[in-house]
Design a binder for this molecule. Structure first.
Ligand SMILES: *Cc1c(COP(=O)(O)O)cnc(C)c1O
Length: 350
């Protein structure tokens, strides 16, 4: 790996505790080029603009994928990644679906560690804060022939972040738009999936909602995801989450929530959840919590759910009664090295 360090860190001019999400980037980035059927040597360089031609294939045809993960610092300033091999594997699953080359472990995982180690001063130490890591790959051939690119760029950039959405969210169940469809790219972390969700999200925001609960595209009767998060509903004392499919992103937080809940003797059932089940459980008082989960937010509670003309208001639970609050704490205790990690999810950098 080539490493070219900055001469003067930008960090002295920045207040890490008061940053907006994802707008500030650390001193360095990783870049690796794919050409003539192979990956070159990755290099770590000062964060800055890259130069591309207007015929860049990623711009025209959206052949672009990404990952989202975080680095954490414990009280003694030890640095950890969280389940990085899961992101590595998922990035390559997305690559396969988008007819892009797979990224080698030496580029993704070793590159990630080298970059995080070099920019470790950028990992905030305030509670709930971390260094958000964004590995991504895009088609970089300069040609507008509509076919898979012959060249790609893989990069990693890092952004110090504080806690995201503290307030419980108002969500609206989708009955017109869809996030994904069977046989499509919903389970791949594809840039265009996000682009397609912006308009529906703007529309519900006009009605006062923060996010959309996506439903299946053919009948709009089954819950699938919540915004850019996986979704869980607690009915009675059982947690339900939709089964994975090619329409649902295989969230690493989702998997972590399931494993942690089970280890704490909470029953978790992966099965199709109908909108009707949610409406009926709300009516009979057994719907206790609905929440989303993902790397950025960890766990995000919902305060109410809009469905057609109804508004289902969820009960306000004490922190110690809430699965969402407790699971978030258990998960973060592992991430920040405040608790044992029986699952082996923390990976020390260095
Ligand atoms: C990234 C993502 C998630 C969450 O995945 P994590 O691995 O938990 O961060 C959920 N849904 C969608 C659509 C996503 O893109």
């Amino acid at each position: 790996m080539n490493i070219q360090k900055i001469t003067q860190s930008k960090l002295s001019n920045i207040k890490l505790e008061s940053l907006a999400f994802g707008e500030t980037f650390s001193d360095h980035m990783l870049v690796c080029y794919y050409k003539d059927g192979k990956w070159g040597t990755p290099s770590v360089e000062p964060y800055g603009p890259i130069s591309v031609f207007p015929s860049l294939k990623a711009i025209h045809y959206g052949q672009s994928i990404f990952e989202g993960m975080k680095a954490f610092k414990d009280q003694d300033k030890n640095v950890f990644l969280y389940r990085p091999e899961m992101n590595f594997k998922r990035m390559n699953d997305s690559a396969k679906r988008m007819a892009m080359p797979e990224v080698p472990a030496e580029v993704f995982l070793d590159g990630l560690k080298a970059l995080v180690d070099l920019d470790s001063a950028w990992i905030p130490e305030t509670p709930g804060a971390s260094l958000y890591l964004r590995p991504f790959m895009f088609a970089s051939e300069s040609a507008i022939r509509a076919a898979s690119s012959s060249e790609y760029i893989f990069m990693i950039i890092c952004s110090p972040v504080n806690t995201y959405y503290d307030q419980p969210l108002k969500v609206k169940i989708a009955d017109k738009f869809s996030r994904s469809a069977s046989g499509g790219v919903g389970s791949a972390k594809v840039a265009g999936n996000y682009a397609a969700s912006f308009l529906p999200t703007i529309e519900v925001s006009k009605e006062g909602f923060d996010q959309i609960i996506w439903t299946d595209s053919s009948t709009h009767t089954f819950l699938e995801e919540a915004g850019t998060m996986n979704v869980f509903a607690r009915i009675g004392d059982t947690l339900f989450t939709p089964c994975l499919s090619d329409r649902i992103l295989h969230g690493i937080t989702r998997d972590s929530v399931i494993q942690i809940a089970k280890s704490k003797s909470i029953e978790v059932i992966e099965q199709d959840i109908t909108v009707e089940t949610i409406v009926n459980a709300h009516k009979d008082g057994s719907l206790k919590e609905v929440f989303g989960c993902g790397t950025a937010v960890v766990v995000s509670q919902f305060s109410s759910i809009g469905y057609k003309d109804q508004l289902l208001t969820l009960p306000v639970l004490q922190a110690e009664e809430s699965y969402a609050v407790q699971i978030k704490k258990w998960l973060q205790d592992i991430q920040y090295n405040r608790a044992e990690d029986p699952f082996g999810w923390r990976v020390a950098v260095k």
